[in-house]
Structures are given as C-alpha cells and as structure tokens.
Design a protein. Structure first.
Length: 269
C-alpha cells in the first residue's frame, strides 16, 4: 500500500512580525511547523528574520513589507497572497502602536495613527481573511489586545480604548464563528519587554523604573498565546499576576476602578 502523501504545512500570517511579541510569535509558530507570511514595514528586518527561521526550521516563509495603516492595505495583501496561491490558516493580528502621555498633550494626528492601525487595520485584516477561512471550514485568528483592555488606563487612554475594542470584537467574533471550524483568540499580555516599551520608556524615564516582576518576557507570552490559539481558547492572559489583575478589574465597581487607575496612571506621568 502506498504511503499517504504528506500534508502541506499550514500557513500563519503574522503582522508586526519584525520585533517584539510579533517576532516571538513568528519564531514560536515556525517551531510548531507552520509556514509563515511575515508582514511589517521594514523589509530588511523581515528578510533577516525570514532567513534565520528558514535555516533553523526549514519552513516556507514569505516576507512582505507593507504599511497596514494605509487604506486598502489589507485587501492588497490578500490579493498578493491569492496571486501566490497561498491561503492563510492562522491570522495573527499583532501590528499596533502605543502612545503614553496625557490625552490633551497628544496631537490629534497621533490619536488617528493609533486608531488606524490598532483598530482600523486589524478590522480590515479580519474582513480580508476570515471569510475565506469560514468558506474552507477551517482557520484560526489570534488578535493581540492587552490587559489594558480590561480597565481604563489614564496615560494610555486611546491605546487602552483601542485594545478594549480588540477584546470585544474578538469575543463577539468567537461566538459568531462557533461551529464554523474557525476560532478567534484574544491575547491580552501585560507590560512586556519589547521595543515598544523601550520607545515609551525613552520618552518617559519613569516607565524605565517599573519593577521587573511587572515586565513579561516576549517568548513566554508567545508560547502561551500559541497554545491558547491552537486550543481554541477565546481569551488568553499570560502570567498569574496579569490574570489576577484582569479578574480584579472585572469584579471591581467601575467608579472605584477609575479612581484606582487614575492614581496608578498619574504615578507614571
């Protein structure tokens, strides 16, 4: 009897893959045997990461530089991949930006940038790729939110609001997709050691003084995220302290939560 033909590797598309949690997720997925489509704005960094992962894991990798905040970028990316005859089995929406500071001190253009990438681009990516997953009856989505999604965060007002959107959208999508063969998972990491944190700390030295017990490791976050996504969990909060914080936020009256968040937020401004 002839041995069955080997099944092609599933493909994971990772946005914001050039650094931080996105890079850690790409490395973890390559280790799990996924072929990859790496997306970010920096082609040189993507090419460097793709070469390293090909050499280490022998998986197929495409590196595509694109600014997802631009209108129509997600649709253009979907068209490019269709032309390459690549369908996406796991969509990782990780691309995002953070701005720390008072809302009134932040230019309107910067608020718009956060909304365009953290909310607009993520939503457009879902619209571009999830319908095909549903049609095939198989797929997974991993949307990167934050523990900031569970409560107001003075000093990160717009960022936290965008992540609350990501969490709410993911939970709604998970229910809509129930029984379709497609799952949706929201990853809600706490403060994590990434270049995003380094950039924020460079602007505000108080952030650089955060206790190390509060700062998570990107590789550990990625490991938890991939496990949760493959298991079909709807919400993943890595780290016991982050989980306790998220649970406490849900159990605390909103008025009191605002006051506590205000005290903590003003301490870092």
């Amino acid at each position: 009897m002839r041995d069955p033909a080997p099944q092609p590797a599933e493909t994971a598309l990772v946005t914001g893959a050039s650094a931080g949690i996105g890079e850690a997720l790409a490395r973890r997925l390559a280790r799990e045997g996924f072929a990859l489509v790496l997306v970010a704005r920096r082609q040189a960094r993507l090419d460097e990461l793709a070469a390293a992962l090909r050499a280490e894991h022998g998986v197929r990798i495409d590196a595509i530089a694109i600014d997802l905040a631009q209108p129509g970028a997600a649709a253009d990316l979907a068209t490019t991949l269709a032309r390459k005859r690549r369908h996406v089995d796991l969509l990782v929406n990780n691309a995002g930006v953070l701005e720390h500071g008072l809302f009134v001190d932040t230019p309107a253009a910067r608020h718009r940038e956060l909304l365009q990438l953290n909310v607009g681009a993520l939503t457009e990516m879902l619209a571009a790729f999830v319908p095909a997953m549903v049609e095939r009856g198989h797929g997974r989505v991993l949307n990167v939110a934050s523990t900031a999604a569970f409560q107001p965060v003075p000093g990160l007002a717009t960022y936290a609001a965008t992540k609350a959107y990501v969490l709410s959208l993911t939970e709604s999508l998970a229910e809509e997709l129930r029984g379709s063969g497609v799952s949706a998972t929201a990853l809600c990491p706490g403060i994590t050691a990434t270049s995003m944190l380094e950039t924020a700390a460079a602007r505000n030295p108080r952030l650089a003084k955060l206790p190390q017990t509060l700062v998570g490791d990107a590789d550990a976050v990625a490991a938890d995220a991939v496990r949760a996504c493959l298991a079909g969990d709807v919400v993943c909060v890595p780290g016991w302290l982050n989980r306790a914080t998220a649970m406490a936020a849900g159990a605390t009256p909103r008025g009191l939560m605002r006051r506590i968040a205000g005290v903590l937020g003003r301490a870092t401004l």
